[in-house]
Design a binder for this molecule. Sequence first.
Ligand code: SF4
Ligand code: SF4
Length: 425
Amino acid sequence: MTTSAHQKMWEELNLDIPAHDGLLAVLGKFYNDIYLSQSGRLKGMEYLDFVLSEVHGLRIKELQDAKAAGRKIIGTFCVFVPEELTLAAGAVHVGLCSGAEVGSDKAEQLVPRNTCALIKSFIGFKLARLCPFTESCDLVIGETTCDGKKKAYEAFADHVNMEVLEVPQRKTASDRALWKSEVIRYKAVLEELTGNTITEEKLQAAIKLVNEKRRALQRLNRLRHADPAPISGRDALLINQVSMYDDPVRFTQSINTLCDQIEERIAAGEGVVPAGTPRLLLSGCPMAVPNWKLPFIVESSGAVIVGEESCIGSRNTRDLVSEEATSMDAMIDALVDRYLQIDCACFTPNDERQDNLKTMVNDLKADGVLHYSLMFCQPYEHEALKTEKTMHQEQVPVLSISTDYSMEDVEQLKTRIEAFIEMVS
Ligand code: SF4
Ligand code: SF4
């Protein structure tokens, strides 16, 4: 696809072309510095580089082609929205990235200044007309997770066609019943939007498809138990980010091919860093594309990230939907149960997250935990304190970082992270 063909498509999507060109230039440079400068990358990462280079190009063209063929595009901000139902309705499911500091001044006309960077980002991308994914969506699905998102969606709904799913705050029987009714409502919303009936066969196939994607990511996560680390944390994060918007069949095949290469690397005793390099587990808020700041600082300071306890990471891939059910009601139950296992900090209590963290630290042989919260994110800032307590009990060093998408604190973060790495070494 030529650049001029991209331009025409972007114009048709009503993007602000000069500002969008500027954004792509900055992102390209950022990607070169953070990703392409790495040594010892796996050949399979070329696929991810290509996908990222065409994130606003070929992938958007695919979405336009899908629309022309009558398919609907569903945008989401949270791993609580069941992708299986979207796919079973014949629609395309895309995560809307929200990982860059874009259009903050405009966003602050809709939400308070002390709102997390992720929320400001998705509003900023829309108001500044910079995101071809958002502009391609027929419907955006929000969810009642944190208060910041809930209230932001009220304002955002004036700018996009949206539905909000009610996610409970606890996991009791009545919460489960509420969540089940919302999953059923989402199914009805999709059927009405697409004009397609979600049959048992279609849902069964979609459950298998999404499980396969999660299995490929689980395989990748297991391979990261090896020392020396066979893949950088930056590359693993990129894979998880791309999983949110790439075609699921193509993505799964590519990740399995990459895992074959990682297995060969492990068998040869090779890694992306020398054996004994300090291993850190990153835990906390999701890092949406192109939020690569922290992993870059960590990995250019002498450590390697071996896991992401995050929604753009293991929180989204750990649990599969049971494939045993065949009736519609049983499959809905299987979806409800799987999604209620998500240990988001928006739940109270949320002790399972601490248990899952301990398991990850042990499995990955992590030397320390870096807890990451976006500034003004109440749920994860609270759980940072809880995580510190758990890790102190486990005698695992932990460092809590609260930051945003700006580059202003890079030097300060680098100083703190270098000192932490020296301590865990
Ligand atoms: S952290 Fe919570 S609100 Fe955010 S994407 Fe994950 S589940 Fe959704
Ligand atoms: S990072 Fe925190 S405050 Fe921001 S949307 Fe996610 S849960 Fe809400």
